[in-house]
Ligand binder design. Structure first.
Ligand code: NAI
Ligand code: BUO
Length: 259
């Protein structure tokens, strides 16, 4: 119960990895603010957290909008009585050949995966400094933030950008006792991968499920990752055992990409 009584805010918490992280932080003893675009799914995760015995509050916000991210953090602090941990998890993927990428594609993906992380870092750090908290910021990166993947070029670029923001923010806020790290999952069996697999099929003609299986075949530990695998690392990065770690983007991918 290393973070018992602390308040965490998780974006993209309605499903997949974000839901897994929110439930894990609640089991670790935190009260959790759940942010996403999907109110009904958020309410269902909030009910799961209540069943664990922790408080949850939901807030519908688009992480690509700076003011909405600020409002979400204000809401969390007001409803749950503080603010200690931000997990910038929300993200989207697109599978497309670089030759076909449009300015609209780039703007849409960067707006959520990169701007969303930046607005979260800004608003969280400002509040941590104002309240004297040595807060924790944890960002969603990816294996694609360590290695550029074919047909996932723009997505990969966003995750390299998240690594850069994580490093810069860690250095800017270190003197305030705020740590900033990122988790880099491999192939997690969520809706995102169902969608990635579908988009690969459209481009390459591969049968549905084949791209997912091909990627899983490249995992040394021999299985796809679960949200719970990722949440275990986020739990560590959110708690006091990682107090001497900052600016790191940690691979948790079953040995797919070794650095
Ligand atoms: N699934 C995977 O294999 C991997 C995922 N990741 C990263 O982990 C994070 C979570 O991924 P998954 O859970 O797999 O995805 P997912 O697609 O299952 O869930 C993403 C959640 O983010 C929400 N979201 C999307 N745009 C939003 C916005 N503008 N504002 C607020 N919420 C928004 C969605 O409604 C959804 O609930 C993402 O940043 C992704 O890039 C990284 C490596 C691998
Ligand atoms: C979704 C994701 O980050 C990859 C590369 O699978």
């Amino acid at each position: 119960m290393a973070i018992a009584g602390q308040v965490a805010l998780v974006t993209g918490a309605a499903q997949g990895i974000g839901r897994g992280i929110a439930l894990r932080l609640a089991r670790d003893g935190a009260d959790v603010a759940l942010v996403d675009l999907q109110p009904e799914a958020l309410a269902s995760v909030a009910a799961e957290i209540a069943a664990i015995g922790r408080r949850a509050t939901i807030f519908v916000a688009d992480v690509g909008d700076r003011e909405q991210v600020r409002a979400a953090i204000d809401h969390a602090a007001r409803e749950l009585g503080g603010f200690d941990i931000l997990v910038n998890n929300a993200g989207i993927a697109q599978v497309k050949a670089l030759a076909s990428v449009t300015p609209e594609d780039v703007e849409r993906i960067f707006r959520i995966n990169v701007h969303g992380v930046l607005w979260g870092i800004q608003a969280a750090a400002e509040r941590f400094i104002a309240t004297g908290r040595k807060g924790k910021i944890v960002n969603a990166c990816s294996i694609a933030g360590h290695d550029g993947f074919a047909l996932l070029g723009v997505y990969s670029a966003t995750k390299f950008a998240v690594r850069a923001l994580t490093q810069a923010a860690a250095k800017e806020y270190a003197s305030r006792g705020i740590t900033v790290n990122a988790y880099c999952p491999g192939v997690v069996g969520t809706s995102m991968w169902v969608e990635i697999d579908r988009m690969f099929s459209e481009i390459t003609g591969a049968e549905r499920g084949a791209t997912f299986r091909k990627y899983v075949d490249g995992i040394a530990l021999g299985r796809a990752e679960t949200p719970e695998d990722v949440a275990a690392l986020v739990s560590y990065l959110s708690g006091p055992d990682s107090d001497y770690m900052t600016g790191q983007s940690i691979l948790i991918d079953g040995g797919m990409v070794c650095r």
